[in-house]
Design a protein around this ligand. Structure first.
Ligand SMILES: [Zn+2]
Length: 228
């Protein structure tokens, strides 16, 4: 049973269309797996629609999910060869047991990122990055082999994890497909896949912020030196 859901603020931003779309992908995929949040999302849409009606604004003609699917189409069109049609991409989805029952929004993203190139991070862990065209976020699949223990690690940016296949545990509990977790910077975790099958997770991580631009100017004493 799914026990971990996106927080209310994130659901509101998703419904309003203001959530960065890399995060929106994780929320949309969770909604496809979680009837409880789907219902909450529909209620938010009804409330949002009636607020717009009251304020005499034009009613939005599409929901957050449709907007997201269009964004994927646009980013795929920018990054993939123009001649590759969606149906061709779908038919090339790898016959990979972990990728069989993916939520529609993730399946589409995978189709746009073929062939997937899995990198070995450690004996227990492989990952592949998924291009979404949004550079502030690193979007990836992580797969932990059955019973595999990953290294203890933390993040410089916030990480959203959606379990898609199999289960993993950490010091706080066991997570099943559909569970939506947010790990904040500094939180240390060490996922371990259960013994029965490998575990596939979708993750969205805020890219580490390089010290450049205004911040670089502020912290770099040489640049802040003003002659004369
Ligand atoms: Zn939920």
């Amino acid at each position: 049973m799914i026990r971990h859901h996106p927080e209310k603020d994130m659901m509101l931003e998703y419904a309003a269309g203001t959530l960065p779309w890399a995060l929106g992908l994780a929320v949309a995929a969770h909604l496809q797996l979680c009837p409880r949040c789907r219902q909450q999302h529909e209620q938010l849409n009804v409330i949002g629609g009636s607020l717009l009606q009251d304020s005499d604004c034009e009613q939005p003609d599409e929901g957050a999910f449709e907007r997201l699917m269009k964004r994927i189409d646009r980013s795929a069109a920018e990054s993939a060869p123009a001649e590759m049609k969606q149906s061709e991409a779908n038919s090339r989805l790898p016959a990979d047991p972990a990728l069989v029952n993916l939520p529609r929004v993730i399946r589409k993203l995978v189709a746009d990122n073929l062939p997937l190139k899995w990198q070995r991070v450690s004996p227990a862990l492989k990952m592949t990055r998924l291009n979404t065209g949004q550079e502030q976020y690193e979007v990836a699949f992580h797969r932990i082999r059955r019973g595999g223990r990953t290294a203890e690690h933390d993040h410089r940016g916030q990480e959203v994890i959606l379990v898609l296949h199999g289960r993993f545990s950490d010091a706080d509990g066991v997570y099943v497909p559909g569970d939506f977790l947010v790990r904040r910077p500094g939180e240390i975790h060490r996922p371990i896949a259960t013994e029965d099958q490998e575990c596939l997770c979708f993750s969205v991580v805020e890219a580490p912020v390089a010290v450049t631009g205004v911040l670089g100017w502020l912290v770099n004493p040489f640049l802040s030196f003003r002659p004369g």
